[in-house]
Structures are given as C-alpha cells and as structure tokens.
Write a new protein. Structure first.
Length: 125
C-alpha cells in the first residue's frame, strides 16, 4: 500500500512539473521593468524600489545614477540576479496562489538597473 501511494504521489508531481514546463506564458526571462518608489538603503550604492504592485527590489546600477531619484516614483528596467532561480520561485508562488493558498504573492528580488525614467517627483506610498 505504501508503494502504491508513493507511485501515485510521484505520478502527480511529474504531471504538475510537466504542466509547469509546458506553460510558456509564465516565462519571465531575465529582464524586468518595475514602477514604484525608490528609496536609499544603509548599504553603499544600493537602493530599494518598492513597486506599485507590492513587489520590492534591491537595486543597484553601474550605468544609471539612482541617487538622483531617491524619493521619486520611477520606472526602472534591469536584469534580475539569478533569474532562473528567481523565476522558479515566482512560478511556485503563482502555482500556490492558483491552488488557493492565500499567502502574500508579491515579488522580491535583486535588480541591476540599466535604465530609469522618472514618473513623479514624489512617491504615493
């Protein structure tokens, strides 16, 4: 009986994994564009971008002056650190949410900003 249960569990897990792999609509890639409030952290050259969608990103840049935009609402585009692992984590959270698990589903990650556009001189949050 124990072996039958384990085989059934394995079959269900493999089916779910196959469905996730076949769903190309959730492929997020390694680039994100986030709009939100830019704040300074206590770490040198690192900032926090709190997205309008509830996400939060630790951001830094070698090419864009983020310090000029602290306290502003900005739209930042950049590369996600460890994008493969980050995307798997986000997909797992989406699957859990779709299954009715009511946990906070906001994204969190590290972003190396390549472009920033100011939306507003102030933040709404």
């Amino acid at each position: 009986m124990k072996n039958v249960f384990l085989c059934l569990l394995l079959a269900c897990m493999m089916s779910a994994w196959t469905l996730v792999q076949a769903d190309d609509t959730k492929d997020k890639g390694s680039t994100r564009t986030v709009t939100g409030c830019l704040q300074k952290t206590d770490k040198p050259n690192e900032f926090l971008l709190i997205g309008n969608d509830g996400s939060n990103w630790e951001v830094r840049s070698d090419t864009v002056s983020l310090a000029d935009h602290v306290g502003h609402t900005v739209t930042a585009t950049g590369d996600v650190s460890n994008s493969t692992a980050h995307n798997m984590k986000e997909d797992t959270k989406d699957i859990a949410h779709d299954a009715g698990i009511k946990k906070h589903n906001a994204e969190h990650g590290h972003l190396k900003v390549t472009d920033v556009q100011m939306v507003s001189h102030s933040c709404s949050q």
